[in-house]
Design a binder for this molecule. Structure first.
Ligand code: IMP
Ligand code: MG
Length: 185
């Protein structure tokens, strides 16, 4: 499919499934080499990372565990702004190498929060593996060790990423088609 309509907006194809598969393979190869003796705990951040996590883990050939967490956003005090609380973590991360598995790193607010909480819980080494990385939007300093695909600052859907809850099931990644949008405005 070249184009899809989600919630009344037209998106055009940007990254096809074979390119995604190749990029996921490249990340898996790096992890298989670099974390070989670390027995890492992969922590996939739901919902967005489910498809990437599944495809990545099939290519990971070293001793490891995988578990799933969510990030719940709620409004903190005026000084703390939005608080992002890590929920669903039942593993003891003390002294462990943890690989956070994300769908996309945009401003980095989410990843920085998760990173700090895992540090606070005693993880000895934390790596970030993300399918997509938007360096132009990134404002934080947490190192993004494994970024499968670097993308410009556009809104994307598919392969786990959603637009208002829809589009996560698409096997390719799509971008909002501004030309089509203008036709209707
Ligand atoms: P950050 O905290 O600004 O890095 O944003 C991370 C979260 O925002 C991701 O986990 C996604 O849920 C969402 N997000 C950021 N960019 C996009 C996008 O292009 N499409 C869909 N969701 C996005
Ligand atoms: Mg996410």
């Amino acid at each position: 499919m070249d184009k899809v309509v989600i919630n009344g907006h037209t998106f055009k194809i940007k990254i096809g499934s074979s390119e995604i598969n190749k990029a996921v393979g490249d990340v898996a190869r790096q992890i298989n080499t670099q974390l070989r003796d670390k027995k890492p705990l992969f922590l996939a951040v739901l919902n967005g990372s489910f498809m990437f996590a599944s495809d990545l883990m099939k290519k990971i050939k070293i001793d490891c565990e995988i578990s799933f967490v969510k990030v719940a956003s709620y409004k903190g005090t005026s000084s703390t702004g939005t608080v992002k609380q890590l929920i669903g973590l039942s593993e003891d991360v003390r002294g462990r190498t943890v690989v956070i598995v994300e769908d996309i790193v945009d401003t980095g607010t989410t990843i920085e929060n998760v990173y700090k909480q895992l540090k606070g819980l005693g993880a000895s080494e934390i790596k970030v593996a993300t399918l997509l990385f938007k360096p132009e939007a990134y404002t934080k300093s947490v190192p993004i060790e494994y970024a499968a695909i670097v993308v410009p600052n556009d809104f994307l859907v598919g392969y786990g990423l959603d637009y208002n809850g829809f589009g996560r099931n698409l096997e390719d990644i799509y971008v909002l088609d501004y030309k089509e949008e203008k036709k209707y405005t």
